[in-house]
Structures are given as C-alpha cells and as structure tokens.
Design a protein around this ligand. Sequence first.
Ligand code: GLU
Length: 271
Amino acid sequence: MRKKSIIRLFFLLGLMFLVLTGCKGKSVANENILERSKKTDTIVWGVKYDTRLFGMMDIKSSKVEGFDIDIAKAITEKILGKQGKAEFVEVTSKTRIPLLKNGNIDAIIATMTITDERKKQVDFSEVYFDAGQSLLVKKGSPIKSVDDLNADTTVLAVKGSTSAINIRKHAPDAKILELENYAEAFTALQSGQGDAMTTDNAILLGMADENPEYTLAGGAFTNEPYGIAINKGQKDFLDAVNKALKDMLADGTYEKIYQKWFPGSTQGKVD
Ligand code: GLU
C-alpha cells in the first residue's frame, strides 16, 4: 500500500513537471529573435525618451525622435524590408539591461557605451557612435573642468550609467547625486541641487543647445563608444544588425542620418 502511494506521488510529480514545462512560453534564451522578427515583421527597440538628439518623445506628435531612433528604423528596414516595423519602448540607463534580459525588447539602442562589464551580460554590435564623458555647468560657473570638482562640489549623474561610475574615478572627492534619468538630472542642475552634471558630451550638447544659459566645461575625459546591445545567444540577430550597420555606412544611409541630427559636425561619427 505504502509502495503504491509513493509510485502515485512520483507519477503526479512527473505529470506536474510536464504540464509546467509544456505551458511555459518560449523563453528569450531559446527563441531565435531574427526568425521571430521576420515572422512578425517587427523589431522592438529599447530607446531613450528623454535624451535630445538621440531619443526624445515629442509630446505634440507622440513620436520618439533622434539619432538612435533613425538608426533603429534604418536597421529594421535593412533586415525586414520596407514593410518592417520598428517598435519603440522607453528605457533608462538603469532599466535597459533588465528589460532586454526579460525579453521586453529585442535590442537596446540608447546612448549605451560598450564596456567589458556590460559584455558579461549582453552582446554588442560594432560601434555606431563615439562619445566621451564631459560636464555641463551654468555659464560663469567656477568649474572649468573635471579637475575643479572637489569635496565642496556636488555632481549630478544618472543611475546605471558609465558616467556615474567614471566620475568617482575622475573626481574622487566630489559628492555625487544619482538621479533616475536625464530629465530629472537636468532639472536638479537647474534647481541648484548640484554644481555640475555629468554624462556624454553629445547628450550634454543637446541640453546646452536648448538651454543656452548652460555650457560644457572642459573636454571629454573618457571614451564612450556606443553599441547596440542584444541578448547573448542571438548570433543570427547580432550578425544581421552588424551587416545592416555596415551596409548603412557603405551606402550613405548612416551619413544622411548623422547629418540630420548633427549638421556640419563630425564629432562622434564612425566610418
Ligand atoms: N554612454 C553612457 C552609458 O552608457 C552614458 C549615457 C547613458 O546613460 O545612456 O552609460
């Protein structure tokens, strides 16, 4: 009798295992993203919604616009053809890797620097933009470069960004206040919660351009090569993205997009 109930228990456990594994949706790890995007004619991109020139939501048109957005659209077209749809989901520096890993997005194109630390979690495309970290201050500020950041100054940075990590090395004495996103960080700078804000020069230029009472202080003190992040184990998709980028560089698509967002400049452009 005892033996019978043990057998029955094992049988039930086995049945439960089969039901559970059978019901589970395809996880990101075993789904071929390239194949799926070809079936659905869609690539879902994680992009910034608050970063002028790269990914910014236009409230009037309800459309997100910027260099990253146009590069994502062009890659989508190269991979899926004219009917291909680029879908956009908002990410911040802090949420982008978790959202990718959870399968909410297929790729990140969001002012994201390729670093060895991040390479442990995701794969990166070839570099599509070269930025460098700098500072934004109010015009007339005594802070002229990163060397002027001392124990009496507070620097504003964004959580999950390389800037928040790098500034600790380059200005070890300065106080650092980390905000959730770039919109919040700039508001904090305007309200005097910090003496300087730090992130990539290209992002800061977008802010200074719109707010002429602010200016960049000193040159770039790091290299921030931007890459498109893709989940590990998606070699087909990664290859397709890299091929699309290469074709865009060769056929002038990249140049056209670059000139649209950075007219007359060469800063950050790759070749
Ligand atoms: N490029 C830097 C980074 O990847 C700063 C910009 C950002 O936060 O997205 O962290």
